[in-house]
Write a protein that binds this ligand. Structure first.
Ligand code: GAR
Length: 198
């Protein structure tokens, strides 16, 4: 059984998609052993708790600096003894110590077709605002392995999503989540848990 730790910062709909896919047997041989949030009181934590999953908060605001925060984050991850760390809407770039320790064992979901609309400053709704501003007709989502850069690691899965006339960032975000993110993230975990060649 692949032990999965999921890091979150907000609503946790990607976490929910993973929980549901595991429940339905669409993701095989994987269990979520801990959910870790870098923000207190977010909905993702409730989603974990209501499924009987350990929920841990490592609130950035509770620490004097980055070093102390990332130390506590690493401890929260290490204590879960994960085989895989999933960044599911986790809006903090991991320091190299954590990336090195879990080399090739951390994946991230990003709401665009990398290398478009990614990197520093592109997260959440900001990605979809930039997509609409540029006027591209196709966007999507990407699951990639995490390296020491920002959205720069090897790509595992991508799915395209149409941009439609009249889209707002919110409408587009919802379509990208429904059609791409919530499909790709469980698929990626299933692939990793079941030794599909990647
Ligand atoms: C998702 O769209 C995810 O792809 C994005 O934040 C949202 C979190 O939603 N992540 C990034 O932008 C990372 N760069 P969720 O909390 O409902 O899963």
């Amino acid at each position: 059984m692949l032990r999965v730790a999921v890091c979150v910062s907000g609503g946790g709909t990607n976490l929910q998609a993973l929980i549901d896919a595991i429940d339905k047997g669409e993701v095989r041989n994987a269990e979520i052993v801990r959910v870790i949030s870098n923000k207190a009181g977010v909905k993702a934590l409730d989603r974990a708790l209501s499924h009987g999953i350990q929920a841990v908060t490592v609130d950035r605001k509770a620490f004097p600096g980055d070093a102390e925060f990332f130390n506590a984050l690493q401890t929260a991850i290490d204590d879960a003894e994960p085989d895989l760390v999933v960044l599911a809407g986790f809006l903090t770039v991991l320091p190299s110590g954590i990336v090195q320790k879990y080399k090739n064992r951390i994946i991230n979901i990003h709401p665009s077709l990398i290398p478009s609309f990614c990197g520093k400053g592109y997260y959440g709704l900001k990605v979809h605002e930039a997509v609409l501003k540029r006027g591209v007709k196709v966007t999507g989502a990407t699951v990639h392995f995490v390296d020491e850069g920002c959205d720069s690691g090897p790509i595992l899965l991508q799915k395209a999503v149409e941009v439609k006339d009249g889209d707002t960032p919110q409408i587009l975000q919802k379509r990208v989540m429904e059609e791409a993110e919530w499909v790709l993230l469980p698929m990626a975990v299933d692939m990793i848990a079941n030794g599909v060649n990647i």
